[in-house]
Write a protein that binds this ligand. Structure first.
Ligand SMILES: NC(=O)c1ccc[n+]([C@@H]2O[C@H](COP(=O)([O-])OP(=O)(O)OC[C@H]3O[C@@H](n4cnc5c(N)ncnc54)[C@H](OP(=O)(O)O)[C@@H]3O)[C@@H](O)[C@H]2O)c1
Length: 275
């Protein structure tokens, strides 16, 4: 007997995969979506421990198909976890508007699209939980991650509005704010096309990407984060903010909120290797 049904978007790797597996281990029926999932790949499902359905959150038809197929597996959706995202590095000037659009379409609009698809079902049964993955970058900016940072700030604002609107329907919302975790998007990382050796930002960019890579390599364990997300989801009333980060990243959020912006920016620029 399963505890209920969870849909996890972006469940093929990193924190989405760890979260899907943590829900499955806790006794939930998990339906995971990702672009790289093939239709009914039973070997893969067996290995991962949950049902895998193809999903591209940037494509309306693909989302419709995912929802239809998921309801064939289980008539209900109790929890939606939205992890699907892409990270692109590049300076604000060299990241093209097409590149900004691609990141916003995946990280923000994709999330909104899937939230809109589950809400009618959750409202009808006056019950449900929506868990949206933001980031420490949803709370502060760091150099050369502006597209990703903007998309995560958008998630933060959306989640606050959503929580207020859906509470009367018995639907809870949580925004997960991970700091650096190992094994995540490092291998799928995108770089803005124009951010080449001839870019005026090249030296600072190289220095910052080195620091970003080092921080990720020393990051926290995705499995522990998955377990924390499940514990929060299983509470009667979820905590709205679930920040899972090392002490220095908690401190960075605190400094961002209390220091003069110029002092905060100076500290961050130095940390990311600016000369
Ligand atoms: N790792 C960290 O340190 C960290 C820190 C802060 C926040 N986060 C957040 O945690 C979440 C997971 O990140 P991660 O680092 O674990 O990244 P990841 O390993 O790159 O995983 C991203 C997931 O999103 C899926 N995805 C990407 N585009 C998609 C699309 N258009 N439609 C459907 N699925 C799509 C990918 O699968 P396919 O490629 O198969 O589609 C993959 O399953 C993200 O929201 C990220 O912003 C991560």
């Amino acid at each position: 007997m399963k505890k209920g049904t969870v849909w996890v978007l972006g469940a093929s790797s990193g924190l989405g995969l760890a979260t899907a597996q943590a829900f499955a281990a806790s006794g939930w029926l998990v339906i995971g979506g990702a672009r790289s999932f093939e239709c009914r790949d039973l070997d893969r499902e067996d290995k991962l421990g949950f049902i895998c359905l193809p999903l591209d959150v940037t494509n309306e038809e693909s989302c419709d198909r995912f929802v239809r197929q998921a309801f064939e597996w289980s008539e209900q959706v109790d929890i939606l976890v939205s992890c699907a995202a892409m990270l692109m590095l590049g300076s604000c000037e060299m990241t093209s508007t097409d590149e900004y659009t691609r990141i916003m379409e995946t990280n923000f609009i994709g999330t909104v699209r899937m939230v809109q698809m589950v809400l009618p079902h959750m409202r009808k049964k006056r019950n449900g939980k929506i868990i949206l993955f933001s980031s420490i970058n949803g709370l502060l900016g760091i150099p050369f991650q502006s597209a990703y940072t903007a998309s995560k700030h958008a998630i933060e604002g959306f989640a606050e509005c959503l929580a207020m609107e859906v509470k009367p329907f018995g639907i809870g919302v949580c925004v997960v704010e991970p700091g650096d975790h190992s094994g995540g998007s490092t291998h799928t990382r995108l770089h803005a096309n124009a951010e080449s050796d001839t870019s005026p930002y090249s030296a600072a960019y190289q220095a910052a990407t080195k620091v970003i890579g080092k921080d990720e390599a020393k990051g926290l364990s995705p499995d522990k984060l998955g377990a924390k997300v499940v514990r929060n989801a299983e509470r009667r009333h979820m905590r709205f903010r679930l920040r899972v980060a090392k002490l220095d990243q908690h401190a960075a959020v605190w400094m961002h909120d209390v220091l003069l912006p110029s002092i905060n920016a100076m500290i961050l620029r130095q940390y990311y290797g600016a000369k």
